[in-house]
Design a protein around this ligand. Structure first.
Ligand SMILES: *Cc1c(COP(=O)(O)O)cnc(C)c1O
Length: 453
């Protein structure tokens, strides 16, 4: 019998995060202000603690994980790697399929890996409150949980469509002590402006970020916390790939290709970057980011300078973007509805180190249901994007007869997404066309910089 769960002992929780900047072909592009000049770290000190800003800029390959963070990680880490042998049999593929499962965290996704670190460093800096946004609710849940562990109050601006569609995510955040408001709200200028323009504005991640940043910038006791996109967030998520590498070693396999869903890039960077270190040293491994066809940031976006939020309160970064005021269609993978992309993932994709593929909503749900029936776990719709891509690859292996080793990141479970599954099973879900006009329109409002290319 081959192994089903590949487990590590608690003593093998990583002691260091891996910083991909040390192995990138070119140094990362720094964030800039509206004048096109690189921002001094002090400019960001208003909303982030110094330790996180240091990590944001660091070029050190390995960054130690403080003991207090590893102690919280012990609640669910190391996360298991599973061999998906029933899925392999179902597809009748010679490929060997493995997945890393991040849904064992209390919040149900990979997001607590960075939430715990961010809450810790803010507590160390004397911060009492954190403001943040959440789309589908996974990030808000993760930060609410982490805030409890480190005695920090958490306020969450939740994208209005999700607030209405996923009431139990809100209950979960409130159970962990957070305050939750539907965004746009009337509590910030960004929110009030959006409501004045359109009282029925469904909200977007970009707008909720504006509200949280505005609040953090206007209060001394409050910092801002972001669940993806930034270098330090991807850094914290590398515990996923560091563990997965050890687990693959234990069964004597090395992946030919790695797949992960890609919204802001954190669970993808988390699993892929530690393998990118091997790739930089000459190893042949494909790293594939999977995004929704309706919000195709990498595959159809432009690599240019843009704001991270709708109101233009964040620094301007060079990334793949669909335009900072683009509102993606209301697909049932709220965690992937973001106009931009991690600058690190964007640059590495631009340089040809990483690959990306876009998959449509219906085929994604179909893959999620096949997976649930074979492997038991009901995946988050976000995670189902990586399942779709890995199944497509496994089907190609069936045609070519190649016994490839495929690894994907199952970033979370879908227990709060059952209304989306209901709609899929009832035949009510649709595929959205690539919203070309809306994107072109948003792209006409990019910030104009002296350095723009
Ligand atoms: C938030 C989320 C994502 C997308 O965010 P990334 O930063 O791209 O990882 C994917 N899967 C799950 C389960 C999520 O909660």
């Amino acid at each position: 019998m081959s192994k089903t769960k590949i487990l590590l002992d608690e003593s093998e929780i990583p002691t260091h995060w891996y910083n991909v900047i040390a192995d990138m072909p070119n140094p990362p592009t720094p964030p800039v202000g509206p004048d096109g000049q690189p921002l001094p770290p002090e400019a960001l000190g208003v909303i982030f603690p110094g330790a996180l800003l240091e990590q944001e800029m660091s070029a050190e390959r390995w960054i130690p994980i403080p003991e207090a963070i590893r102690e919280v990680y012990q609640l669910w880490r190391p996360a298991p790697v599973f061999r998906a042998s029933r899925l392999e049999r179902q597809i009748d593929t010679p490929a060997r399929i493995y997945y890393k499962y991040e849904g064992m965290s209390p919040a149900g996704s990979h997001k607590p890996n960075t939430a715990v670190a961010q809450a810790y460093y803010n507590q160390q800096a004397g911060i009492r409150r954190l403001a943040t946004e959440t789309g589908a609710g996974q990030w808000g849940s993760a930060l609410a949980l982490a805030g409890q562990f480190f005695g920090i109050d958490v306020r969450v601006y939740m994208v209005k469509v999700s607030y209405q569609q996923k009431p139990y995510r809100r209950s979960m955040m409130e159970t962990w002590g957070a305050e939750v408001f539907a965004s746009p709200s009337n509590m910030t200028e960004a929110g009030r402006n959006a409501l004045a323009a359109d009282a029925d504005n469904p909200g977007s991640l970009g707008l909720a970020i504006s509200e949280a940043v505005e609040e953090a910038a206007s209060r001394d006791d409050t910092n801002y916390s972001l669940g993806s996109v930034l270098n330090h967030v991807l850094l914290h998520q590398t515990v996923i790939g560091i563990e997965a590498k050890k687990q693959m070693e234990l069964v004597g396999d090395y992946p030919d290709a790695i797949f992960a869903s890609c919204g802001g890039g954190s669970n993808f960077g988390g699993i892929a970057f530690p393998f990118l270190a091997d790739k930089a040293a000459g190893k042949d491994v494909r790293l594939v980011a999977v995004e929704p066809a309706s919000c195709p940031t990498l595959t159809k976006g432009t690599y240019t300078w843009d704001y991270g939020d709708t109101a233009g309160l964040t620094p301007i970064v060079k990334m793949h973007t669909l335009g900072h005021d683009f509102i993606p269609p209301g697909i049932h993978a709220g965690g992937l509805r973001y106009h931009g992309e991690s600058p690190l993932v964007s640059q590495l994709y631009h340089e040809g180190v990483l690959e990306a593929v876009a998959v449509p909503q219906l085929a994604t749900f179909e893959a999620g249901v096949v997976f649930a029936r074979c492997e038991g776990i009901v995946p988050a719709p976000e995670s189902s994007h990586s399942i779709r891509a890995v199944m497509d690859e496994a089907l190609r292996c069936k045609e070519s007869g190649e016994p490839k080793v495929l690894l994907f990141n199952l970033s979370g479970h879908g227990h709060f997404d059952m209304s989306a599954y209901d709609r899929y099973l009832a035949g009510d879900l649709v595929d959205y066309e690539y919203p070309e006009e809306a994107i072109q329109d948003a792209m006409s409002r990019l910030p104009q910089l002296a350095t723009s290319e």
